[in-house]
Ligand binder design. Sequence first.
Ligand SMILES: C[S@@+](CC[C@H](N)C(=O)[O-])C[C@H]1O[C@@H](n2cnc3c(N)ncnc32)[C@H](O)[C@@H]1O
Length: 437
Amino acid sequence: MVPSSNSVHTLESLRSLINESLNTVEKSILDHNDPELSLDSCESHPVHSRLQADLEVALKTISSATNMLRSLCDPNTYLNDTIYGYHDETALFIACQADIANHLGKEELSIQELAQKTGLNEEKLARYLRNLCNKQIFRETANNRFANNFLSVTFQSEGKRALVGHCADECRTSSSKAWEALVHPDYKDATEANKAPFNLAYDTDLTVFEWVKSVRPDIGQRANTAMAGKGLNLEQYLTLYPWHSEGTKTIIDVGGGVGAGTLPIMKENPNLHLRVQDRPESEPKFYEYLKNSYPEFEQSDRVKFVGHDFFTPQQEAGDIYFLRHVIHDWPDEEARQILSNCAAKMSLGNKLLILEHMLAPTYRDTSQSSFEVAPQPLLANWGQSVVSRLDLQMLACLNAKERTETQYRALVDSTGLKVVRVWRNAGLDTVLECIKA
Ligand SMILES: C[S@@+](CC[C@H](N)C(=O)[O-])C[C@H]1O[C@@H](n2cnc3c(N)ncnc32)[C@H](O)[C@@H]1O
C-alpha cells in the first residue's frame, strides 16, 4: 500500500527539521574552518561550545528529532534502551572508578594492559567497556583493544568522575526505594526533606546533607567535587547574565559549595567581589579547589569563604545574593526559609539571583512566558529529559524538586521578594532576577 501524504507527515516534518538543523551545524563548521566532527577524535569540538543562538537551537533540535524518530521507527530498541538502561550507568561508574579514560590517554591499549593498570579481571572489564562502546563512549578499535574518543575523555576530569559516582551510588541507591516510599504510610504524602526514598535506603532520619556530615563525609566530599565538575557550558553561563554591568559589587554565593558557579564570574569580571557561603565543613574543600583551579585568588581579598547555615539568619551584607542549584535541593517550606533569610538581610538596590533549570511541559503551553516552545512535531519542551531526571533525583534524595517558572514565581512571591526579570537563552539554565517586594 502506498502511504498517503498524511501518514508520512510526521516523518517528513522530522526529516525537514533534521536537514535544516544539520545545514546550520555544517555551515557553522565551514564558516569557522573547524576540524571534522568525528567520534574518532579525542579533542572537544568548537561547535559544541560556540555561542551562536541558531546553532544552539539546531543542536537541540537534532537531539529532540532523532530521539523522536527512534521512538517512532524502532520502538523495540527504544523501549529496551529504557528498560535495560541502568546497565549503562553501571558501566560508566566502573569505567570512572577504574579511571579508564586517564589510563588510555591518547593511546590505544589492549584489555590486558588495562587490566594490569587497574588490577581488574580483564574479561569482566572488557564487557563493561564494550557496553560503553555501544553508546559511543570509548571505541573498541579491534578485538579487545580500546581507545578514547571525545565523549570518553570527558571522564578524565575528576569532577565528572565524581558526578558519575554521586549519581550511580547514593542517588541510584535512594532511587531504588522510590516505589517503597510512594506506598509507605509514613512516607507517601510526606513533604519533609528527611522523608525521602534516601531515608528508607540508608535507614536514617537525617537529611542527606546531615548524613554525609556525620556518617559519610567521603560521600559529601565527592558530592562537592561533583558540583564543581558538572561541566556546565561556562561560556553560555557567563553571558546569560550581564555580570560586567555590576561594577564593583559583592556577590554572596549562598550554598556556594566550592564556588564553582561564581569563581568563573570573578575571573571574567575583575572588579567584582565574592563571598562563598556554605556549611563550615565545606571550607577545606573550597580552599583546595581555589588552590588547584583559581590560584590567582588564593591571596586575594576579592574572594573569601564564609561558613554559614542558610537556615539561620543571613549575616553577610552584599549586593547580589546568588543561589545556583540550591533551591532545587529543598521542599517548598525549606526553600522558602532559605530565600526569606536572604530577603530579610537585603536592602533596596540589592538583588537575589536564582539560577536553576526550569521544568517545562511536554505539551504546548504559552503561559510559560520566557520558555521557547519547540517546533511541531517535537515535544514542546524539546524533551528536556535531564531536567525531569534531576527532578526525580531531588525527589529521591531530599523530597525536593525542580520547578516550573510559575512555581518559582509563586515561591519567590511568598518570601518578601519579587521576580523582576527572567534571563534565558537556548541552554538549560535560567536566572530569575529578584528584588525586595
Ligand atoms: C547542589 S549543591 C550546589 C553548590 C553550588 N551552588 C554550585 O552550584 O556548585 C548544594 C550546596 O548546598 C550546601 N548546603 C546544604 N545545606 C546547607 C546549609 N544548611 N547551609 C549552607 N549550605 C548548605 C551544600 O553543602 C552544597 O554545597
